[in-house]
Design a protein around this ligand. Structure first.
Ligand SMILES: *Cc1c(COP(=O)(O)O)cnc(C)c1O
Length: 346
């Protein structure tokens, strides 16, 4: 087999959820959008439902349908994108809860699916999704008459605990929702870590479940091993890869592994000299450009060439790899391609 092996530790995802849940008096939900951050939304949702999670979130109705199929009836599945044109049947048939983002969405919803449960999304300053204060003031009574299952907003800067935007949004959310009976939710992973002021009734962690920052204590969820296809010796002055971007300053040994940007191992990993893979515990730097299907790695210092090198795992987290590429863990995880041989550990 020459494809990379992507192992997903479902038990670690469940443990990360339990550990986050243990930090709060509030309920802990789970965000499983983008196919569970690339980990398989259905598998992840079933695992977390067994751990006790009762509220799941996706970005769009189609994703919600897949999660409902895996979960069966019962748990809430909230749709951040709300009720879009053409979604009524999906929302009804899969018992999804659209987070209504605007007056237009509210009208669409009550017309197509009167009495079907909703949530409400408010904009508290991020200017991305949700009703702004004036729109909310106009719609509030009508919305509350439908006993929303959740009223939520989203923090723009929670990964910087001292950013003034956090308090500003906290105050805006409190002002817009005070006195309301419906359960309230403001925080994703980063807000969850800001402490109980930010928890309200429910938090919505995503990346922390999958082993990413800012939840530094997270257990490792993803391992990717790339098979070594070929090894060669280079003399000083010989170049590696497209555009001759790396030239060996002295004789080196280069391993070519199976995996590249088509697998979500983005080209930026190879661009600033900080990319690395591991042979067991031993780091091996990438040399030259990342190609579509291949990465070249300096293995001169290894006594023995292993049959694979590890690009994600205990010795290099998603954030370690993301850092080398000037990206974030969220982007690395959700970019991992369809070509891996995926396997799950329970
Ligand atoms: C993606 C998302 C989350 C989860 O964010 P993480 O940073 O992955 O924890 C929560 N809420 C909303 C509205 C989101 O879009």
């Amino acid at each position: 087999m020459s494809t990379g092996r992507l192992n997903i530790d479902l038990g670690a995802i469940a443990e990360n959820w339990r550990a986050l849940d243990a930090m709060t008096q509030a309920e802990t939900g789970a965000v499983v959008k983008a196919d569970g951050y690339g980990m398989g939304a259905g598998r992840v949702a079933v695992t977390l439902a067994r751990a006790g999670c009762r509220r799941f979130f996706v970005a769009m109705a189609e994703e919600g349908a897949a999660v409902r199929e895996a979960l069966g009836p019962g748990p809430m599945i909230g749709v951040f994108g709300g009720h879009m044109a053409g979604d009524a049947a999906l929302i009804r048939d899969n018992q999804l809860t659209p987070m209504i983002n605007s007056v237009d969405q509210m009208l669409r919803h009550v017309e197509a699916l009167p009495g079907h449960p909703i949530g409400i999304q408010l904009d508290t300053g991020m200017n991305r999704l949700g009703m702004e204060p004036a729109e909310w003031a106009a719609l509030r009574d009508i919305a509350l008459a439908q006993t929303p299952q959740l009223i939520m907003s989203h923090l723009a800067c929670a990964d910087e605990p001292d950013h003034p935007m956090n308090l500003q949004q906290l105050h805006a959310f409190t002002q817009m929702t005070d006195g309301i009976q419906a359960p309230r939710s403001l925080s994703a992973t980063a807000g969850h870590l800001l402490g109980r002021d930010y928890h309200f009734d429910l938090t919505r962690p995503g990346i922390g479940l999958y082993g990413g920052l800012p939840y530094a204590q997270a257990r490792t969820v993803v391992t990717i091993d790339l098979p070594v296809i070929q090894v060669r010796e280079l003399a000083a002055g010989e170049a590696v890869g497209y555009a001759n971007s790396y030239v060996a300053p002295h004789p080196i040994r280069v391993a070519t592994v199976s995996g590249g940007y088509a697998d979500g191992l983005i080209r930026a990993i190879g661009e600033n000299g900080r990319g690395q893979l591991h042979a067991g515990q031993v780091p091996c730097p990438t040399v030259g450009r990342v190609s579509m299907d291949l990465i070249t790695v300096d293995v001169s210092h290894l006594a023995e060439i292993p049959d694979h090198l590890t690009i994600l795992g205990l010795n290099q987290s998603v954030d370690g790899l993301a850092d080398a590429a000037g990206s974030i863990g969220h982007e690395i995880l959700t970019s991992l391609g369809a070509r891996y041989h995926r396997s799950y550990r329970e």
